[in-house]
Design a protein around this ligand. Structure first.
Ligand code: ZN
Length: 64
């Protein structure tokens, strides 16, 4: 379970895409998923430009 405080922390940390700087989510512009769907116990943020990051419940980034 990802704690709400961690979700908020990571949401702020990854609000802006590292590649293009977009902070848009939804309508195909980007995704922010916390502890849901295909990312149980994880935090996931992705951007339409192809950038994405996934962390574990402690905020540690996963490498693919
Ligand atoms: Zn981007």
């Amino acid at each position: 379970m990802v704690k709400l405080t961690k979700v908020l922390e990571l949401s702020a940390k990854y609000a802006e895409c590292r590649l293009c700087g977009s902070d848009k989510i939804g309508n195909g512009a980007g995704k922010l998923i916390a502890d849901d769907g295909e990312y149980p116990n994880k935090f996931h943020r992705s951007c339409k430009c192809g950038w994405s990051v996934t962390t574990d419940e402690n905020g540690k980034e996963e490498t693919k």
